[in-house]
Design a protein around this ligand. Structure first.
Ligand SMILES: [Zn+2]
Length: 458
């Protein structure tokens, strides 16, 4: 435990232990840590996690509570017993708990080296925001990982970067907004080409006009937008790469982008509360950013999943002393991957499956991830769709239609939906003017309104 006057230094990785590390130092350090063997990386993480845990126990009311894993955390502090056995005995922190406990998860004080603090706010599906502090160090790591992703992808920094994404109110210009460069942190790191962004809430006609005008080399957007652009028609002539974020990336969409447009596909997995979780290299491996987060993928018994198995994603940011999130259950499910041919040793996530509210319940009670939901678009009139599960045997299909459906088309849509879902659901068709995106621009093709239960495979 540290006293009030002590300076704080991270225990691992070394690049972050130096006082006032510069971005280039951190990047150089990360170029080394990404090659560490899994054992060496885990040993480094264990040192840093022990330091984080000691800090949380000393400074954060929620973890000071006598009921919170006192025995395991004391053993970790004393270094007695196997670190990872003890770590797996610590409770998970759920999103509802984070929301409910609020300020009790903030440290009473933060070392000067971590200041100034910032705040990130996520409004979830419930509309109740989750607030987590950022620190000078977590923002430095965010910047370093942003640049690492560009370097991993071998991007041309002189190229044009376009983005169709959620923009705050003053930036919702129907023609998009222009930037002379890619903005911070990249513009501070190197010279870049121009950037432009357009608000995702505008219509597809706006996006297409903007794309034709700006003609980006790379496009940063949501998978649901990429799908809509593929359907709308021509590839922007200069486009070579589509960078996807915020929603799960399906193999079918990736295939379409590769085949129909001949572009490469990048993917970032991140959350406001934790920062970057995983980045995809050019070989397709979605690598966990182990210098910044510990990622555990756990089965229903809380045991680590083996390669090929799917489970809940539990994240511990290693360096956030202001709002330490220890074993944070982020609400996503993912599948554990294997070694990546790129040679980097950082663990691989094979696939991020989605959030628990995107999980379907079959009429017989089994649960499954719905796939190939776009099959209903074989019926020409279907412009946009969302499946909403309202009962164990019932799905409402919310459809934006180009023209009214005939009785035959209604039957065909219901049939195709049942084929996609693989179960004999009662399908109810509802014609709507538009389908709203979530508060951060995220689009959900499948939404379950059934009460969330723990997921069991099978
Ligand atoms: Zn790789």
């Amino acid at each position: 435990m540290m006293g009030a006057g002590d300076a704080y230094a991270a225990a691992w990785p070394a690049a972050l232990a130096r006082p006032a590390a510069a971005l280039s130092d951190v990047l150089a350090g990360f170029a080394h840590t990404e090659t560490l063997s899994p054992g060496a990386c885990a040993a480094g993480q264990a040192l840093q996690l022990a330091r984080l845990l000691a800090w949380a126990r000393a400074q954060v009311p929620y973890y000071q509570d006598s009921s919170w894993a006192a025995e395991a955390s004391d053993k970790i502090a004393r270094g007695s017993g196997d670190f990872w056995d003890l770590w797996r005995g610590l409770p998970l922190l759920s999103k509802p708990t984070l929301r409910a406990e609020g300020a009790r998860l903030n440290a009473a004080r933060v070392p000067e080296s971590e200041c100034p603090l910032g705040l990130t706010r996520t409004s979830g599906s419930t509309g109740i925001p989750v607030e987590v502090s950022t620190t000078a160090r977590t923002r430095l790591i965010w910047d370093a990982l942003t640049i690492r992703e560009h370097l991993w992808r071998g991007r041309d920094f002189a190229s044009r970067l376009g983005a169709i994404r959620y923009l705050a109110e003053p930036a919702r210009n129907p023609a998009g907004i222009m930037g002379a460069n890619w903005g911070p942190p990249v513009a501070g790191y190197t010279r870049t080409g121009p950037a432009s962004a357009i608000h995702v809430g505008l219509t597809a006609e706006h996006w297409l006009r903007w794309l034709a005008n700006f003609n980006p080399h790379q496009l940063l957007t949501y998978p649901s937008v990429a799908e809509a652009l593929l359907d709308a028609g021509d590839k922007p002539p200069a486009l070579t790469e589509v960078r996807l974020f915020s929603e799960p990336v399906s193999a079918a969409l990736e295939q379409r982008l590769t085949k129909e447009w001949g572009v490469t596909v990048a993917e970032t997995y991140s959350a406001n509360e934790t920062g970057y979780i995983a980045l995809r290299c050019v070989y397709g491996g979605l690598h966990v950013q182990s210098e910044s987060v510990l990622v555990e993928i756990l089965d229903d018994n809380g045991r680590p999943c083996a390669e090929g198995q799917s489970g809940r994603v539990v994240v511990t940011p290693l360096h956030n002393l202001a709002t330490p999130l220890i074993r944070y259950d982020i609400g996503d499910y993912a599948t554990v991957g294997g070694d990546c041919p790129c040679g980097r040793k950082l663990p691989v996530i094979r696939e991020v499956l989605g959030r628990v509210r995107n999980l379907a319940t079959a009429p017989d009670g089994g649960r499954f991830w719905p796939v190939e939901l776009a099959r209903i678009r074989k019926v020409q009139a279907v412009r946009q769709f969302q499946y909403v599960q309202t009962a164990q045997d019932k799905i409402t299909l919310r459809l934006v239609l180009g023209q009214a459906l005939t009785e035959d088309e209604r039957e065909e849509i219901a049939r195709l939906a049942r084929v996609s879902l693989g179960h004999p659901f009662v399908i109810e068709i509802q014609s709507v003017a538009s389908i709203e995106r979530g508060p951060t621009g995220k689009f959900e093709e499948f939404l379950s309104l059934l009460e969330a239960k723990p997921w069991t495979r099978g």
